[in-house]
Design a binder for this molecule. Sequence first.
Ligand code: AMP
Length: 249
Amino acid sequence: MKVLVAVKRVVDYKVQIRVKSDNSGVETQNVKMSVNPPDENAIEEAVKLKEQGLANEIISVSIGDDKSQDVLRTSMAMGIDRSILVKSQNTLEPLAVAKTLKIIIDKEKPDLVLMGKQAIDDDSNQTGQILSALLNWPQGCFISNLKIENNKVFISREIDEGIENLETSLPAVLTCDLRLNTPRFASLPNIMKAKKKPLETIDIDTLGIDTSSKIKTLKVIDPPKRKAGIMVNDVKELVQKLKYEAKVI
Ligand code: AMP
């Protein structure tokens, strides 16, 4: 089985993001960037499938500028065999990302695509779903457990009512939840080894797809500052305040 993992480079989750002074977006210059957290779970799951002997080749793909090489190197330090960077200077929306991934998938012919459930920069939660529709493959979203047996895929996913257990077939697109596993740390020897693993670069302009934005960002602003909270002495006082001051009950 061949597994393809989609990896996005995003502002590190520990960074307090800042709005650019011209209000055109979020500052990404001189800010720590990392692998999108649920994509690390996707990488970890692919590496586990290889360790279990279920996958014989695991590859990662990122769409972004040259700097996205660092997240691909991280994925290879975690155990991915080789990577593909689709170079794009523009930040792409989920539809354009899915169209790009589809072209790579048509060429690489993986049996399974693992991705994050959501990118923490745009919080779109769309790419996996669009990709499965474009490929006409089954999808499993927000998976928190995965088992593959006799070419059958068994997944668990958290829904409002509890845990939903589903079975599907390969090929499939699965998007990973943070609960799926604990991503391993890349050891120093593996970071060194990853520098020598193959990283292919493809220019997005050679793929012949429409990557134009369908959404125009008018302005990005900080959320209004929250007022300081107050301490109440007891439940009675809390109810009074909610009833007569805030008038919410
Ligand atoms: P989103 O739909 O933007 O929330 O992203 C969902 C998932 O799609 C991410 O967790 C990644 O696995 C994948 N993805 C989104 N954008 C990219 C990108 N530029 N390069 C590679 N994978 C991406």
